[in-house]
Design a protein around this ligand. Sequence first.
Ligand code: ADP
Ligand code: MG
Ligand code: MG
Length: 919
Amino acid sequence: MPSKTIAKKAKKVAKKRAPKAIKYVYSFGKKTDGDAKMKNLLGGKGANLAEMARIGLPVPGGFTITTDVCVEYFANGRVYPAALKSQIADAIKICEKESGKKLGDEKNPLLFSVRSGSRESMPGMMDTILNLGLNDKTVEGLKAKSGNGRFAYDCYRRFVQMYGDVVMGVQARTENEPCPFEHALEVLKKEVGVEVDSDLTEGNNKEVIKRFQALIKDRTGGAFPQDVYEQLDGSVGAVFNSWENDRAILYRQKYGIPAAWGTAVNVQLMVFGNLGDTSATGVAFTRDPANGENVFYGEYLINAQGEDVVAGVRTPFPIAQLADDMPKSHKELTVVRKKLETHFGDVQDFEFTIEDGVLYILQTRNGKRTGLAAVRIAVEMTKQKLMTQKVAVMKVPADQISSLLVPIFDTKAIKNATLMAVGLPAGPGAASGKIVFNAVDAEAEVAKGNSVVLCREETSPEDLRGMIASDGILTSRGGVSSHAALVARQMGKVCICGASDIHIDYGAGTITAGKTVLKVGDFISIDGTTGKIFAGSVATAPSEVAQVLAGKLKAEKSYTYQMFDQIMKWSDKFRTLGVRTNADSPEQSKIAVAMGAEGIGLCRTEHMFFEGDRITYMREMILAPDEASRKSALKKLLPFQRKDFNGLFKAMEGRPVTIRFLDPPLHEFLPHDDASRRTLAEHLNVSPEVISERVHALHEENPMLGHRGCRLGISYPEITEMQARAVFEAAAQVLKLKKKVKVNPEIMIPLVGFKDELDHQVAIVHRVAKEVQAAKGVKIDYLVGTMLEVPRACVTSSEIAKTAQFFSFGTNDLTQTTLGMSRDDAGSFLGKYKDLDILPQNPFATLDQEGVGALVKLGVDGGKATNPNIKLGICGEHGGDPASIKFCHNVGLTYVSCSPNRIPVARLAAAQAAIEAGA
Ligand code: ADP
Ligand code: MG
Ligand code: MG
C-alpha cells in the first residue's frame, strides 16, 4: 500500500475514534453548509434558505442554530450546550467577512434578524426580531452610512419594540389592553399628526424610542440592553422559548406536531425594504393558491419592513403593479419565480425584500392551497414536467378532491343572506329549499316541483323517503356519523347536523335561531361545506364535474372536469386496492359507476322496504302471527325485491354486487305513532290494540345488540329464503335478456359471530340457488360470504372462512362492539375525549387502528390462512376515509366500499397508500 493512502486511512480512523464535536451552527450565504433535505435539523426555513443560497438565489447570508440545540436547551433547564458559543462566534465572523460590516461597530454596524423555523411551518406562532445590533451608538453609524436618519431610527424603533415585547416581555397585561408599544406609537402619531409609520421623521422616531425605552424600564425595572452580544443572546433564547408559548403549543396540538421536534433559529443579515421609495417588501406565490391558475400572485409595500405587508397597517399593492413601480425588480422576481418552481417542483410561497433596487429572497416554502387549486396545480405542473405523475397524485389531499364535485352557493348571493346558525358540516355542498318537517310533506312538495330541505331533530330510517326527496337535510341533534349524515353522504345530499343553536318545534311548525323564526314552507339554505345555515333562498351553481358525469355537459367544455379526470386516471394507474360503492338503487349505482365504482360493496336491503306500499307488506310480515301468514306477506314483498335487484344488476353491468340480507331490528319498521298504527290496523283488519301489543312485544332494551342481523334469518328462515329467491330470480331474468349482461351477486350475511350461524344461512341460500337455477335453466355465478362486524367473528375468522367465500368488514358495528360505544350516543362524550386527547379522532369516522384495526388484521390473517384467495372488503363508513383507506391497503384488503360521492376520494387515497408503500 502506498504510504500516502496509509496516512489517509490513519486519519480516517483517528477521525472515527476522536469524539467529533457536534455541529450546532450551519452557515448559509456564500458559504453554505446545509440543504433542503435537512429540514429536521435546520427547520423548514433554515433548510430552504440554505438550498436557495446553493442554487444562486440572492439570499442574505447568515447561520442556522439547529433544532438539536433547542431540544438540549429545554432538556437542560433552558441552558445552551457549552460548544454553542464559539460556533456562533465563528459563524458571525463569516457574516462579517462576507458583508464587510461588523456587529456592534459604531461606524459600519452589521444588523441581524433572528427568526424561528421549525420542521413544519407554524405561521406566526413563534417570534422574529429584526434590526438586532442597533443601540444608541450604532444607530448613528447606520444613519451616517445610509445618509438616511429617518431610516436608521425607523429600524431602531422597530427593534426596541420587538426586543421589548419578545425578549423582555412587555406586552398587554389583559385581553382588553392594547399592545403598550403600539399604544405609545399611536399616541405620538396623533400628537404629531402622522397617519402611517413610514411618514414619521427621524425626530419623531427618536421620541418614540425614548418613550419605548422608558416603558421597558417602567414595566421591567431593567434597561433595554446596549450590548449587542447580550441582544443576540437574549433574542436567540426568546425564539427558543417561543417554542413553548401558548400559541405554539396550541398549534402543535391542533396539527399533531410533536413538542420534541423543537425549533431552529436563523440569524441572518438584515436587508432593508424601508430605505425609501426604491425599496420594498412583499410576499408572493408562484401560482394562484385559490384556483391554481398559473399566474404570478402576491403583494408588496414600498418603503416597508417585515410584517408590514401581513399586518394590514397599509393596504399592499398587487404584484402586477410592481412591473410599473420597479420594472427591473419585477423582471428579476419573474426569473426567481420560475427558478423556485423548477427547483422545488411545487408551488412556492416566498418572501422578498428590495433594498434600494436590489432584490433579496428571504424565505420559501410549498404554498398552501385550496382543493381546486391543488388539482389544477398538480395536473398543470406535471404537464410542464415540473412534477412526476406520482408526485402529482401525492400533492392533492385525498379529501379535497371532493370539493370539485359539490354544488356551491353563488358567492355574491351569500353576501346578502342572513346567517341563522352554524352546525356540523356533514354532507358538503349547498342546498336551498322550502322547510319541511317530514317525509310525506317532502314528497308532496317535490311532486309540486319545489325543492325542499328536510329539517328534523334527528332522522331515522322512516325519514328515508323524505331524505331522498330533499335537496338538503338539517338536524338539530346528532353528530357527523349520525343516521342523517350517513345517509346524506351515501346519497350525496347536502347535510348539516347537530345544529344545536336552532330549535325545531314540530308542533308549532317553526324553526327558531336567536331572533329569526322560520315557518314550514319558508325557504332555508344550508352550506354543508361550512355548516352555515341561512334564512331564505340563496342561489346555487352545480359543479361542472357533476354535470359532465351526469352527461349534461361535454367533457371538452369543462377544464375543471378534465383536471379531475386526469388525477383520477393517474390514481387508477397506481392503486392496487379496489373501490366499490355502497348503493341501494339503480340511480345511485349509475352515479357510482360514473364516479369510478368497480362494484357494489354494500347494498342495504332494508332501505328497499320503505318505499310506497312495501312498508305495509313489511309490517304485515313482521306482525304475522305464524309462519304461514308470514310467508304470504313475504310473497307480496318478493316481486318488489326482485325488481330492485334486477335494476341493480342491469345498472352494474356484470360488476360484483354485494347484497346484505336483512339486518336491522324489526321494530325499526313498525309504526310508532297512533295515526299510522290505526291505518295499519285497518289494512290488516285487526284492532289497533293488536298492533300496539305486537310493537310492545318487539321492544328491546338494547336493539343494537338484540334481535337483528343473521339472528333474524335464523329465527325466520323464510325471510332469508325470500331474499335469496329475489336475488337469484332477478339474476336469471337479467341473464336471459337479449342484450348480454353478466351478473355477479355476492350475498352477505350480517352480524355473524359463530360459524354455525353462517352455515345455517348459507344452506338456505345454496338450496334456493339450486332451485332457481334448475327452474330457470341458467347458471348463476354467485358468492356467499359474511360481514365481520363483531369481535368474535374476527377472532374465529379461520373457522368462518371455511364457509364464507368473502369477508366484508362492517367497521361501523365492529367499532361499536369493540369499543363498547354506541355510535348514536357517543356524541355526548366524544367531544371531551377529543379535547383531552384520549381519542383524538372520532373512531366512527377514522378507524381506530390499534384496537379495531388489530381485529381487522386478525380477521384478515385467519381468513387467508384458511383460504389464501379470500376476497376481503370493508363496507363501514371508514371505506371513504383516507387514513382508514391507507390502513386497508396496508393490511391487504381487496377493496374498500364507500358512498358514491366518496369514490374519487377513495381512488385517490388508495393510490397514495400504494405510492407511499413503494409502488
Ligand atoms: P414568520 O416565520 O412568522 O414568517 P419570519 O422569520 O419569516 O417570520 O420573519 C418575518 C418577516 O421579517 C419576514 O417576512 C421578513 O419580511 C422579515 N425579515 C426576516 N428576516 C429578515 C432579514 N434578514 N432582512 C429583512 N427582513 C427580514
Ligand atoms: Mg416568514
Ligand atoms: Mg352492521
